[in-house]
Design a protein around this ligand. Structure first.
Ligand SMILES: Cc1cc2nc3c(=O)[nH]c(=O)nc-3n(C[C@H](O)[C@H](O)[C@H](O)COP(=O)(O)OP(=O)(O)OC[C@H]3O[C@@H](n4cnc5c(N)ncnc54)[C@H](O)[C@@H]3O)c2cc1C
Length: 382
């Protein structure tokens, strides 16, 4: 068993870590207060190639394998999640569907401008009445000559208020199909823009389709296959989101260790009280376990394995573990942890909470894992 990573991977990880620590974490308070990502921060991400992670080189992207994307997302997780989520939706669920299932025309049209960040991508699946049970969507696309007419309502769509287009899903008859819909199409509107607890600087809103007429070539792949495409986009995203949780947990651990080494109670630093030393040890052990699950899931996916149980396991362990670790860190910070925008731990705690809910909630991951167990997939055969 070889746990080493290549020199190329090490350099990639370090360059993203430097960007996050020097450029993003230095402006985290500004992002929290303004709820905007500074233009030069987004430009820095673009210059590093972070907006083209999943895009093939012929269209101007880096086309990273999933193991390298996991390393990138782990480092992004150390910084403000508004930035991480902007990048992750644009290059992940908002992009891989075009790369995998799009026509040559769609790829040539959308990918080069997505790689440079000129066009921001998004993924519009959730509706007010269907989140975990996304198959129950109500949005319809009715064929009318050489067009489809879209009617429906999507919600909680990351990047939507600034997106150039939506990778979206609608019923065509009984089945679901995928479409690329440009934001400036008549009949397409941004509804409520949400004020979220964390992810400051991220833009999340409703998207409303009202008799929006889109050309037939806006259909992605085959009619009726949309739900399969959605699941395949989301399954890769599970591993990279899990990696982001590991990065956030690691940052929370480091902040708690640093604070606990300086703050003294009863005549000695917090970290020397056994109860808190054990807490830190648990935070570290949990984070290491999740990291290994993430790396193995990425390794399996890269070898073409479906890794359904393993990617859900990584997401479940990483999201639940990181949340517990951030909360443990808050406890070590005492009253200071509860002060907004002073010690960063409050930001990590707010950002992380939603990882247990989106991209398949922890309950949904358990439904997936239990389903695989019932099918006899009970142990990974390497
Ligand atoms: C910040 C943020 C960003 C988002 N970005 C996007 C995006 O870009 N694109 C997009 O399409 N969506 C996005 N979403 C939506 C997100 O994916 C959904 O919120 C998520 O799928 C859960 O759906 P829901 O909110 O409707 O909860 P519900 O489906 O109503 O579930 C509510 C609770 O019940 C639990 N539950 C549901 N069914 C079961 C069951 N059978 N057994 C046990 N427990 C169950 C769930 O786990 C959850 O805890 C985003 C959400 C947020 C908050």
């Amino acid at each position: 068993m070889d746990f080493s990573i290549s020199e190329e991977d090490r350099i990639l990880r370090q360059s993203v870590r430097d960007f996050v620590e020097n450029d993003a974490n230095s402006v985290w308070k500004q992002i929290e207060e303004t709820d905007e990502l500074p233009d030069d921060l987004v430009a820095g991400a673009r210059d590093l190639g972070l907006l083209g992670l999943s895009i093939p080189a012929e269209y101007g992207g880096l086309d990273l394998p999933i193991s390298q994307k996991a390393l990138v997302h782990e480092m992004l997780g150390r910084g403000p999640w508004g930035l991480a989520s902007y990048i992750s939706v644009h290059t992940g669920i908002g992009c891989v569907g075009i790369v995998r299932f799009g026509s040559d025309r769609q790829k040539a049209h959308y990918l080069p401008k997505m790689a440079t960040g000129e066009w921001l991508g998004s993924f519009a699946l959730t509706e007010p009445g269907s989140g975990s049970d996304a198959r129950d969507m109500k949005t319809r696309a009715d064929r009318d000559g050489d067009a489809y007419v879209l009617n429906g309502h999507k919600t909680f769509i990351t990047n939507a208020p600034k997106a150039h287009h939506f990778f979206t899903f609608a019923r065509t008859g009984d089945a679901v199909s995928a479409f690329l819909v440009d934001a400036d199409t008549p009949g397409v509107a941004i509804g409520q823009v949400f004020d979220t607890l964390g992810h400051r600087g991220s833009y999340i809103s409703e998207v409303v389709f009202e008799n929006a007429r889109i050309p037939a070539e806006a259909l992605v792949g085959e009619e009726g296959k949309g739900f399969d495409y959605a699941k395949r986009c989301l399954s890769e995203g599970r591993t990279t989101l899990a990696a982001r949780c590991v990065g956030a947990a690691q940052k929370a651990l480091e902040l708690a260790l640093d604070y606990g080494s300086q703050r003294e109670t009863f005549g000695k630093p917090l970290v020397e009280h056994q109860a808190l030393a054990f807490r830190l040890a648990q935070m570290s052990a949990r984070t290491e376990a999740a990291r290994l699950a993430v790396y193995r899931s990425a390794w399996l996916l890269e070898r073409g394995e479906p890794a359904i149980r393993e990617s859900s396991t990584a997401k479940l362990l990483a999201a639940e573990g990181a949340w517990q670790t951030a909360d443990d860190a808050m406890q070590i910070f005492g009253g200071n942890g509860y002060i907004r925008n002073e010690y960063m731990i409050d930001r990590i705690w707010r950002d992380l909470r939603v990882a247990r809910v989106y991209d398949g909630s922890s309950e949904v991951q358990q439904i997936v894992i239990a389903g695989r167990l019932r099918k006899g997939d009970i142990e990974t055969q390497l």
